[in-house]
Design a protein around this ligand. Sequence first.
Ligand SMILES: NC(=O)c1ccc[n+]([C@@H]2O[C@H](COP(=O)([O-])OP(=O)(O)OC[C@H]3O[C@@H](n4cnc5c(N)ncnc54)[C@H](O)[C@@H]3O)[C@@H](O)[C@H]2O)c1
Length: 348
Amino acid sequence: MRILLTGGAGFIGSHIALLLLERGYDVLILDSFVNSSFNVINRIKTYLDNKDLKYNLKIIKGDIRDKRTVDNIFFESLKESKPIETVLHLAGLKSVSDSVTNPLHYWDVNVGGTLNLLLTMNEYECHSLVFSSSATIYGLSDSIPMSENHNISPINPYGKTKVAIENMFDDLYKSNKNLWKICSLRYFNPVGAHPSGLIGEDPIGIPNNLFPFITQVAIGRRTVLNVYGDNWETRDGSGVRDYIHIIDLAQGHLASIDYLNSNESCLEFINLGSGKGYSVFQIISQFELSTGCQIPFDIQSRRDGDVGVCYADISKAKKLLGWAPKKSLEEICLDGWNWQIKNPNGYT
Ligand SMILES: NC(=O)c1ccc[n+]([C@@H]2O[C@H](COP(=O)([O-])OP(=O)(O)OC[C@H]3O[C@@H](n4cnc5c(N)ncnc54)[C@H](O)[C@@H]3O)[C@@H](O)[C@H]2O)c1
């Protein structure tokens, strides 16, 4: 069975690709490499070669918005007698701040790209899809844990594009309830790296997320970590979030493929998180304990639009997908640090 993995060279996609190939899937990656390096592909191959695994991996450099490219992928796969049976759609832009500055670009790539993909899938009678949605679609509130029924009210263009895509799925599913099988996975904060240290997160510029910031401070690429607010109503005053090990998140995609394969048509919106809330200070302490590094930090004022506590209710993922996160906060710290020390400047 051939899987089309869009955005497969990115942080999350590369980890999914590796697990899929390890499990024997035939994988075709479509990526424009606008936010990733081709070295990722070499690293995936190195890992599989080192393990003496035979694998089927094809890479197409192209844009998800380009009709001819996407059509060609389905057409050629059919010609090879390896029709694409499922699409994992991760290609897209993900910076909240960039989306505020360039909203049209986000609508074009995220929504336009997904529309193009869905049109082509429909043409080639491929109706099985796993999509990367995000917890940023949920409205601000301290009501926790957040279930899939939490109110949807994104506060930035990035989150709005994810909602628009989920609405598109809803229309599509309702148009013919016997056709489409879709899992839209709402990620919380994926962090850490593959335990091999061969692949990991390599943000371009200043990291938007806490973990890569911590590891870059630890390795000396940045001098100090900014902590936004120490007066939240939490155990220690710092903000509490849900961090999920990237391997657990990737496993959630494999479980989703199994779910789609064993079910009739469906449309499911599913949270993928650890289901636990960790405070910023707790993470700094765990990171220092696990790695022996010191993380100097500065307290800054709260940022607009932040909440004190946010973590996922993952009971739906557990029940529906038979999936549960297995990795601890310590493994997140150790694997993230292992990646950073082996690759102080990322993939470059
Ligand atoms: N990382 C997170 O914290 C997070 C949280 C929630 C949801 N998501 C979603 O998960 C998906 C993957 O995120 P990631 O962290 O791996 O990001 P990433 O930027 O590392 O990966 C995205 C990949 O998509 C590719 N891409 C971008 N535009 C493209 C286009 N027009 N055509 C083809 N390829 C294109 C990029 O080159 C990159 O390799 C994204 O859709 C993102 O919105 C990520």
